[in-house]
Write a protein that binds this ligand. Structure first.
Ligand SMILES: C[S@@+](CC[C@H](N)C(=O)[O-])C[C@H]1O[C@@H](n2cnc3c(N)ncnc32)[C@H](O)[C@@H]1O
Length: 199
């Protein structure tokens, strides 16, 4: 379902994030996974667990309408040091309009090593994976995990959030160590945040 630009123009402002998210969910429920954007509570848990040296950047996988992006900026990450990669062109467009100083990449995270400016490859302090990994087949999970370790220095963790009780990834099979770093009831649905490192 295309984004209703006429509706946005008539209102004189960008379409409401929750409504846009819901429309994208109706169009592609497996890719969106949730019917509503992440809450500030979930986003704050993510922000607290970011590791970044001053010369490093943070990369968000699956920016959606930007609720996590917003809290990352509020937590002090400079917009110039924040990249968000979103596959859906309408959502990427929404992110560009609402976060004009953040680096929005429209594309598939599997290609992030080619999409990210070369000077940042290997200089990504943390990747935040907002892709619904639990719904993906094994090969797709593996491709996304591989893409993450291509852009982070050795020894770093990436974060992923999930609505499942268990890990969103088959981490042992993927050669990873996993740690649950937070949980919030103040999200629809309640969500856990996990950190994954190479075993
Ligand atoms: C669960 S939503 C999370 C959105 C937002 N980060 C939030 O917390 O509300 C997942 C997002 O990942 C995007 N996405 C799914 N697969 C992707 C891929 N392979 N590359 C880039 N973005 C992807 C979807 O379009 C969607 O916006």
């Amino acid at each position: 379902m295309p984004l209703d630009r006429a509706e946005a123009a008539t209102a004189g402002k960008a379409p409401n994030a929750t409504w846009l998210f819901f429309k994208r969910w109706m169009d592609n429920p497996l890719r969106m996974a949730s019917i509503t954007p992440s809450s500030p509570s979930l986003s704050r848990i993510i922000a607290r667990n970011i590791q970044r040296e001053p010369d490093e950047v943070v990369v968000e996988y699956g920016g959606g309408t930007g609720p996590v992006t917003k809290v990352l900026l509020e937590s002090g990450i400079p917009a110039s040091r924040l990249f968000t990669c979103e596959i859906d062109p309408d959502l990427a467009d929404y992110l560009r309009r609402h976060f004009p100083d953040v680096n929005v990449i429209q594309g598939d995270v599997c290609n992030i090593a080619e999409l990210l400016p070369p000077q940042h490859v290997g200089k990504v302090g943390t990747v935040i994976c907002g892709i619904p990994m639990v719904l993906l087949p094994w090969e797709a999970q593996q491709k996304i995990v591989d893409s993450i370790f291509k852009i982070m220095p050795p020894g770093r963790s990436f974060l992923a959030y999930t609505y499942s009780l268990g890990s969103p990834l088959k981490y042992k099979e993927l050669g990873l160590k996993a740690r649950r770093v937070g949980f919030t009831l103040a999200n629809v649905p309640p969500a856990h945040v996990w950190a994954f490192t190479k075993a």
